[in-house]
Design a protein around this ligand. Structure first.
Ligand code: CUA
Length: 264
């Protein structure tokens, strides 16, 4: 009894510790930061529970290994109340911690509204069989094929859609994932922190070239982004006719490294 109480008390202490501790490692984006921190917190809860269960299991197996026959257990109301309360506290902690993350704008963006605050960047990610056309609707709607360039430390909204079947927009390192549905748009939001190139994938099985539906997200500094934007706009106005043609050309060959607009 005393041992069990001690074990439950240690478990509760670990949960309280998890509430206080937050891993401070540098994160690539606001979304991945939230996800990884939640994952870390849940690990603090999961590890002591795993250890407790394994210890009880081993203890039971060793202690009763020579028992001739099983004896009926007797009711222990205090123990039952203790573990019911302990479980409730753990579940409450998991629920509150998860809900806080799920409700965050950088995890679940409600509807398709784009908050005008903080000068947001808007990218339309349009999937097709089998590739991506990324557009910048706020900047003249030029397309960059399967490459996205975004500035660090600025809110970015991705409007994810599809021209044919269901695809999936997924950038694991940035903590981004959203379904690409035909005839509808799902918006997700993040703020990227770390400059660099991130790999994106299609995550819904969508036909023979599904596994080649890659794209990249390049996170650059604010200045680099502005000059890149000016280049894109200039190139687009020079060849608006040819670019609109190549943007709609759904090239169904396996290699989508040849972007719809390789010239850009
Ligand atoms: Cu598109 Cu899988």
């Amino acid at each position: 009894m005393r041992k069990t109480r001690f074990a439950l008390a240690s478990l509760l202490a670990a949960v309280v510790m998890a509430l206080v501790a937050t891993p401070a490692a540098a994160q690539a984006s606001a979304s991945s930061e939230l996800i990884n921190q939640l994952n870390g917190k849940l690990m603090y809860v999961a590890i002591p529970i795993t250890v407790l269960v394994q210890v009880i299991l081993l203890y039971t197996v060793i202690k009763f290994r020579n028992s001739e026959r099983a004896l009926p257990t007797r009711e222990n109301r205090r123990l039952e109340i203790t573990w019911t309360i302990a479980t409730a506290i753990i579940l409450l902690f998991v629920g509150v911690a998860s809900y806080g993350v799920l409700a965050n704008e950088n995890i679940t963006h409600q509807g398709n509204d784009i908050a005008a605050d903080n000068d947001p960047v808007v990218v339309t990610a349009e999937a097709y069989q089998w590739g991506w056309n990324m557009y910048y609707p706020e900047e003249g709607n030029f397309t960059t094929g399967n490459k996205i360039v975004i500035p660090a430390d600025r809110p970015v909204y991705f409007q994810v859609t599809s021209t044919d079947v269901i695809h999936g927009f997924h950038v694991p390192k940035l903590g981004l994932k959203q379904d690409a549905m035909p005839q509808s748009t799902n918006t997700i939001k993040t703020v990227a922190y770390e400059e660099g190139t991130y790999q994106g994938y299609c995550t819904e099985y969508c036909g023979v070239a599904h596994s080649q539906m890659y794209f990249t997200v390049e996170v650059v500094s604010g200045d680099e982004y502005e000059s890149w934007l000016q280049e894109q706009k200039a190139a687009n106005s020079d060849s608006s006719e040819s670019s609109s043609n190549s943007a709609t050309a759904t090239n169904a060959t396996a290699s989508n490294t040849t972007a719809a607009n390789a010239s850009q």
